[in-house]
Design a protein around this ligand. Structure first.
Ligand code: ATP
Ligand code: MG
Length: 420
């Protein structure tokens, strides 16, 4: 027998049972986005490597170690996207979307790729729901984004989550903070992990993102960005907090939060869910007022977030109402012909309809109906044709009704209205 081919490490299949929940989560997010006036965009999965190197930052883990980068057959340096913000910004600039008022609020849903060590909640292909808002500098935009994120989580009935909030300041105040941090870390070199020993010199803020206990211990005494915010950044952060309070959104101030991408300015936030294991961050985001300019566009403030669907899904309770089909049990060729009219009719009015393609015995067809968790079964056999009446069986109560043999709208209400 030929050797079977399996998925690549860190990649996985989403099987039908699970995929249904993915669809539900996406649909819920899409509904919320439309309430907030966000419009969907679809982006390429492959981009020039330079796009990510320039936006996310050369000395971040993502760009240094995690990207799927390669030269294609024409010699171009390309990468599978590790996140969506850079691509949306590229699109925004490439198509001069500044000029279109409806382009200010965008979202996209799709797979991202990072070559990380696979473990629970960490895959090499994972899915994000990503939203970005362009053109607004004031903290009301930040509050609205966070409100939208929590609305999605609440709509999905995620029971318990924490919203961590911090400000990274602007390049000016951050520079002063970076200097102070560098000075602080100077004599701690030996206590840092090898990664942070490098980070200390190249990109000291990244040290805050380190998960090693030793580094965390060192940082307990470290200067904090919030002590270095300039007046404008401080005011911005204070107003945001005020708006969140007005929205009734609880947050945790976390001066250690830095996040893994270099492009953030001012507001950053992360949502974690307690008790789901080491990978507890289900969403993260922040403001990036300089990124559009860095990528060659006209200076435009912006803010966004990404929800990690793979981690969020296990925390989303199953939707109350599971869709259930109507099953047509058809016995004999004549019944099949009438049944096909029913199939067309029912699907046209939006009712999920199933038939048994094997046309087995009544018993096997009813078994099949049970297997599919059908709510109703419409039975048509020789007897029914003779009497000119079909049987509608409620699969839960086993109650049977005679109904007209040919499709008619009389029973639609019954089928649709039947309590699931
Ligand atoms: P983490 O700290 O968990 O590595 P991150 O800061 O690298 O996350 P972001 O780039 O902010 O993650 O992406 C936003 C969200 O995408 C994360 O909060 C997480 O839910 C999800 N995510 C990121 N990387 C992965 C991955 N490898 N597998 C599954 N989900 C991921
Ligand atoms: Mg990461």
């Amino acid at each position: 027998m030929p050797k079977r081919i399996q998925t690549i490490r860190g990649f996985r299949d989403i099987l039908p049972q699970e995929a249904q929940k993915w669809w539900y989560v996406e649909r819920t997010a899409r509904d919320v986005f439309s309430l907030f006036g966000f419009r969907e965009v679809k982006l390429p999965i492959l981009e020039q490597t330079a796009l990510f190197a320039r936006s996310i930052g050369e000395t971040t883990d993502i760009v240094e170690k995690e990207m799927y980068s390669f030269q294609d057959k024409g010699g171009d340096n390309v990468s599978l996207r590790p996140e969506a913000t850079a691509s949306i910004v590229r699109m925004f600039i490439q198509h001069s979307l500044y000029q279109q008022p409806l382009a200010a609020k965008l979202f996209t849903i799709g797979p991202m790729f990072r070559r990380e060590r696979p473990q629970k909640g960490r895959y090499r292909q994972f899915y994000q729901i990503d939203a970005e808002m362009f053109g607004f500098e004031r903290p009301l935009a930040d509050a609205e984004m966070i409100f939208m994120l929590t609305t999605i989580l609440n709509q999905l009935k995620v029971a318990e989550y924490d919203l961590h909030l911090n400000s990274l300041g602007c390049p000016q105040c951050r520079q002063a903070f970076k200097e102070a941090l560098k000075r602080f870390l100077e004599d701690k070199h030996q206590k840092l992990c090898p990664d942070c020993q490098r980070r200390r010199l190249l990109n000291p803020l990244r040290v805050f993102d380190c998960k090693s206990e030793g580094c965390k211990e060192v940082l307990k005494e470290a200067p904090l960005i919030t002590q270095y915010l300039c007046q404008d950044c401080k005011t911005h952060f204070e107003s945001l907090k005020g708006y969140l309070e007005a929205f009734g959104i609880a947050y945790l101030l976390d001066p250690y939060l830095v996040r893994g991408l270099d492009y953030y300015t001012r507001t950053i936030f992360e949502v974690t869910i307690p008790g789901i294991g080491a990978q507890s961050a289900v969403a993260g985001g922040g403001r990036y007022d300089n990124l559009i300019e860095v990528l060659g566009g006209r200076s435009t403030p912006a803010i966004g977030f990404a929800i990690g669907m793979d981690r969020l899904l296990p925390c989303v309770p199953d939707p109350d109402k599971e869709a259930r089909p109507i099953f047509l049990a058809l016995l004999g060729e004549e019944a099949v012909k009438i049944g096909l009219k029913w199939v067309q009719f029912l699907r046209k009015v939006g009712i999920w309809t199933e038939i048994d393609y094997r046309l087995g015995s009544l018993k096997s067809q009813l078994n099949r109906a049970n297997h599919l968790k059908a709510k109703f079964c419409l039975i048509i056999g020789e007897d029914e044709i003779k009497k000119g009446k079909a049987i509608l069986r409620d699969m839960d109560t086993k109650e049977q009704l005679n109904v007209a043999l040919e499709p008619n709208s009389e029973i639609i209400e019954k089928l649709k209205g039947g309590k699931n």
